[in-house]
Design a binder for this molecule. Structure first.
Ligand code: GN1
Ligand code: MG
Length: 365
């Protein structure tokens, strides 16, 4: 879609949400892999908003996401009245979304004056991010999970995802399997390790919690002056899950010495100082609820999610790149190789990763 079409579409969306003032300008925010997000500036009065077109290929029932978000933000707001929280605008019929005749699903929220990171080499920043996600988990520990819709069933059910992946490998619909044999072999060799967390959950050894499920550091908004977390955003995948999924997903993103889609695999590794920073923030914030059995699975959560996401990117590659937004041919394969390289490095560091969790927990509990 060209810029003029986007502009017209955004103006119409703004009208539907009855935003005040005159439309001024927009910029595309490019770091999400699923939804399409714009920062839109209005003048008279000056104010900016986040407009988001939800990907309905990924989220089949986007209205249910909005119901989940409403319930969760309401719960968090009640418990922490001073915290910032996502605020969604309403259309004239009182909905917090717009479903257009062409089937596009839009939502509009306020833009915060805040700082976000795509990554940081400073453990203190990771500590604050860990605190944000740990507090998020703590805030939702008394939330009734049965109220939530399972918007993407089995989202972090690694065992089930592996089954789906190997079925797609068998089909080889796009003829890409031969090219990625090494990556598939790596996943096959790690199938048991990556399924272990799911099995611990299924056997009742670790509890289900209401989790964020997409804990990338760019989903935390920080206060520009104090560097403290202001809000956790992107609540699309808030669903029942495991504490170690949230811990692990955050670590595999923010404690990687390289970007999520780094092509030069020699740059990819797990930075133990960054890992420690995140662990300190997360574990000290969520300490009141975390069980010993959960703490035992934190490092495993990181390894599991790195393998799972590597497999998800590879799965998308061999099934025709339909799920994740890609920016060039082969992007999903690059992402998959990066995650699997990270997983291999984590595997070597598991003892140290577990020790850091134990040391941190001993200090704060
Ligand atoms: C997707 O688009 P984004 O960044 O919110 C994905 C996550 C992945 C992530 C990898 C609904 O999240 O699970 O970890 O990409 N979200 C969904 O960057 O599949
Ligand atoms: Mg997300």
């Amino acid at each position: 879609m060209n810029d003029a079409n986007v502009l017209n579409e955004l103006i119409e969306v703004g009208k539907a949400f009855r935003l005040e003032g005159e439309f001024d300008s927009f910029t595309l925010i490019t770091h999400g892999n699923i939804n399409t997000t714009y920062r839109v500036v209005y003048k008279k009065p000056d104010k900016s908003y986040i407009f988001q077109k939800v990907n309905t290929y990924v989220f089949h029932e986007p209205k249910l996401i909005m119901q989940n978000i409403d319930l969760v933000t309401e719960h968090i707001r009640k418990k922490n009245p001073n915290n910032k929280c996502l605020h969604f605008h309403h259309t004239s019929d009182g909905s917090n979304f717009l479903f257009t005749e062409e089937g596009k699903f839009w939502r509009v929220s306020n833009d915060f004056d805040s700082l976000t990171y795509q990554g940081s080499s400073d453990p203190a920043v990771l500590r604050q991010a860990g605190r944000a996600f740990g507090e998020f988990q703590l805030s939702l520990s008394d939330f009734d999970a049965s109220l939530l819709h399972d918007t993407i069933p089995n989202f972090h059910n690694t065992k089930k995802r592996l089954e789906g992946f190997f079925a797609n490998v068998e089909k080889d619909e796009y003829g890409r399997v031969a090219e990625v044999k090494d990556e598939i072999d790596f996943i096959r060799a790690h199938r048991e390790t990556a399924s272990h967390l799911t099995e611990l959950f299924e056997s009742g050894k670790i509890p289900a919690r209401v989790t964020h499920n997409d804990t990338k550091i760019n989903n935390v908004l920080f206060n520009k002056e104090t560097g403290e977390p202001l809000a956790v955003i992107d609540l699309d995948t808030v669903m029942p899950g495991l504490a170690s999924h949230d811990f692990g997903d955050a670590v595999r993103f923010a404690a990687n010495t390289a970007a999520e889609d780094e092509k030069d695999l020699s740059k990819v590794s797990l930075d133990l100082d960054l890992y420690r920073g995140f662990a300190e923030g997360f574990i000290s914030a969520a300490a009141p609820i975390l069980t010993d059995a959960e703490l035992e699975t934190m490092a495993l959560g990181a390894l599991t999610i790195a393998i799972e996401l590597g497999m998800r990117f590879l799965d998308d590659y061999i099934t025709g790149d339909k799920y994740f937004t890609t920016h060039y041919e082969g992007h999903n394969l690059v992402r998959a190789r990066c995650q699997l390289t990270l997983a291999a490095d984590m595997e070597k560091k598991m003892d140290q990763m577990n020790a850091i969790v134990h040391e941190t927990a001993a200090k704060v509990r």
